[in-house]
Design a binder for this molecule. Structure first.
Ligand code: PEP
Length: 264
């Protein structure tokens, strides 16, 4: 965990929890974090949830009414801002719901919806146009790991997007080995650190020292409250993208309170 970067614990709900279940889950998450005297800054992590699109308005209303220290974002956005794109959701609409983040290029989108690096670059550009912080996911499959090693594919996916950017954009990078997602088989913290370090080097090369030091790099893939501490001890890992374990407010809050057991 880098000293100057506020850790981010992000929960990707995928296609789970309708808007009523979202209200109950965010309410419980809010209470649990408050009970644990969760706070941002040097002692605390930023907590964000990524519900389905149909939940976002309910989450916005709840977070705003109860002044919860919880951020939220969408799991995807359109590369386009408006027009004849049936079924797509514009970054402008997400911004209007006060989303702070948006996930781009999750491996499930790359795998099931054919999202290429080029599409991911367009979506990152769309997010930045609407002042949303893109959480760009990169990661290798088990086959990639065997053929090319761990870092080659995520580094090339990140490079493809960063080469299209200019200036000092705020973005988050999530390293998610595809073989670790939903498998119960997390990477070791050493494996994750090796790739996170390589990703930070690419950010440095293409966008400079300032962006490299400011950008949070998350690890994702079977993160739980029992393994988060190991990841958070690593110098280039600044948080986690959590899938299954984020559906349970108690478990997700326990992950967010990793400082209690990280020993740093
Ligand atoms: C994910 O969906 O991005 C993810 C990392 O899932 P899980 O934590 O369930 O492996």
């Amino acid at each position: 965990m880098g000293v100057s970067r506020i850790p981010l614990i992000a929960g990707n709900w995928k296609m789970n929890l309708d808007h009523l279940q979202a209200i109950a889950t965010v309410q419980k998450l809010g209470w649990t974090l408050q009970e644990g005297r969760h706070s941002y800054g040097a002692d605390g992590a930023e907590v964000a949830v990524f519900p389905p699109f149909t939940d976002l308005r309910s989450v916005q209303t709840l977070v705003s009414a109860d002044r919860l220290d919880i951020r939220y974002g969408a799991q995807d956005l359109s590369a386009h801002d408006s027009g004849a794109y049936t079924g797509e959701v514009s970054g402008a609409f997400l911004k209007a719901l006060e989303c702070r983040y948006v996930i781009v290029g999750h491996s499930e989108r790359r795998q099931y919806h054919g999202e290429t690096d080029e599409v991911c670059a367009q979506k990152v550009a769309a997010a930045l146009r609407h002042r949303l912080v893109p959480v760009l996911c990169v990661g290798e499959t088990a086959e990639d790991l065997e053929t090319h090693g761990a870092a080659a594919v995520p580094v090339s996916q990140l490079r493809a997007v960063l080469e299209t950017l200019q200036g000092e954009p705020e973005l988050v990078v999530a390293y998610e080995p595809v073989w670790a997602i939903g498998s119960g088989q997390a990477a070791t913290s050493e494996q994750a650190q090796a790739v996170a370090g390589a990703l930070r080097a690419v950010i440095r090369e293409l966008l400079g020292d300032g962006v490299a030091e400011a950008t949070r790099i998350l690890y994702g893939g079977s993160v739980k409250s029992t393994n988060i501490a190991g990841f958070m001890r690593e110098p280039d890992i600044d948080g986690a993208l959590v899938g299954g374990a984020s559906l349970d407010a108690t478990e997700f809050a326990a992950i967010a309170r990793f400082q209690k057991h990280v020993g740093v």
